[in-house]
Design a protein around this ligand. Sequence first.
Ligand code: PLP
Length: 482
Amino acid sequence: MSDIKFYKEKHLPLEMHKVRIVQKLNLLPIEKRLENISKAGNNTFLLRNKDVYLDMLTDSGTNAMSDRQLGAMMIADDSYAGSETFYRMEKAVQNFFGKEYFLPAHQGRACEHILAKSLVKEGDVVPMNYHFTTTKTHINLQGGRVEELYKDKAIELVSDEPFKGDMDLVKLENLINEVGAEHIPFVRIEMGTNLIGGQPVSLQNVEDVSSICKKYNIPLMIDASLITDNLYFNKVREERCKDMSIHEIALAISKCADIIYFSARKLGSAKGGGIVVDSKEYFDNMKELIPVYEGFLTYGGMSTREMEAVAIGLEEACDIDMISHGPEFIEEFGRILQEYNIPIVTPTGGLGLHINAREFVGHVKETEFQSAALASAIYIVSGARGMERGTLSEEKNPDGSEHIASCELVRLALPRRVFTLSQIRYIADRLAWLYDNRHLIGGLRFTEEPKVMRFFIGRLEPTSDWQEKLVAKFKEDFGDSL
Ligand SMILES: *Cc1c(COP(=O)(O)O)cnc(C)c1O
């Protein structure tokens, strides 16, 4: 908790929970790690989890559940239609967002599918603070296009801007005037903006965007998947939120939106998702799609056990002690890395720590996937797997050339309440070694390149024998140590 004072400790993110179930981890020798990453085509998505020491790939569906969530799973009412479990989850969703209508879906991208299908037409333009991979793909598949209206400060990697996720209001009005409100099915704000480093959006900005939307009669959609981290930052960084409870802030944000959707793999710390609206018209338009793509209206592809866990997870999302672990551990992680002069995105955000790969491995060619190369090197030297968030995650230009990403990052996700401070110190120490030996890191090239979202299952190989050299140097410095 952020406001506890200490006697000798300068920085201590203090857990307001205790760990009562543990899972054994493996830390394999470095030769094995090299073998595994080669077999995985240098794509951390393709590693087997048993070969990973710290799974920092994502915070999606990997957060630790609470004792109350696990307990609730035991009372799930399993029924195809009309289960009590559904009504408990519906009530929790209605209560959290203060909106009446809830449509269940099996995860966040499933909500995006339903929303894009029912709202986006060929030629439409969807303004947003920043895109998310699956969101953009669903909009593109409907023939629409995404316009990102972030402030220039959003992509300045080193900054003290507290709300880098804010949308640029001038750019928004200009875009509306340029393309015409009739071609804009909705404006989307992503809370805890994922791809620029889990950066928050201020309550003020949500209200300002909402006013503009109302002026032009355009619906405002909020992606609330990462809202818990965002709420934490509203509380600690936004003056007007200091005396509000987490739930009051959530309701104030929600009030501005016509449509909200979320991944319960993040918000709710279980597995599932849903769409929330206060207009019956939206509800009626979308409800027919749920049984076609997700499952009947009272489960939407989720297991009833997970739905029970989400219901409790939403209650716990209003408790600052339950949501502070992620952002506070990430801040501490970032502080240690900065001591080692490692280039990271600041201020640190939610969901994970972001390393600036463009600076870390600036000597690697931009077309040889700096972030992916660094992610591969991190696994080799530490057994931790992060995720490439850079050029490899972009779609290529229409002419077949690489679309060089505006930010070239490696994300080390911190699933909420999962890792300890010693594990953070371990990975930071390995990163310090890697940074001092960064000249050994080389580039990657594709051996198998899928056409859509290539970062998920594409395979790559090193452009030279740099990985063998990295392993040799590691052994020289650390001997037989893992
Ligand atoms: C993870 C995420 C999604 C997709 O959710 P899934 O449950 O993983 O499909 C959508 N939007 C944001 C902002 C996310 O972080």
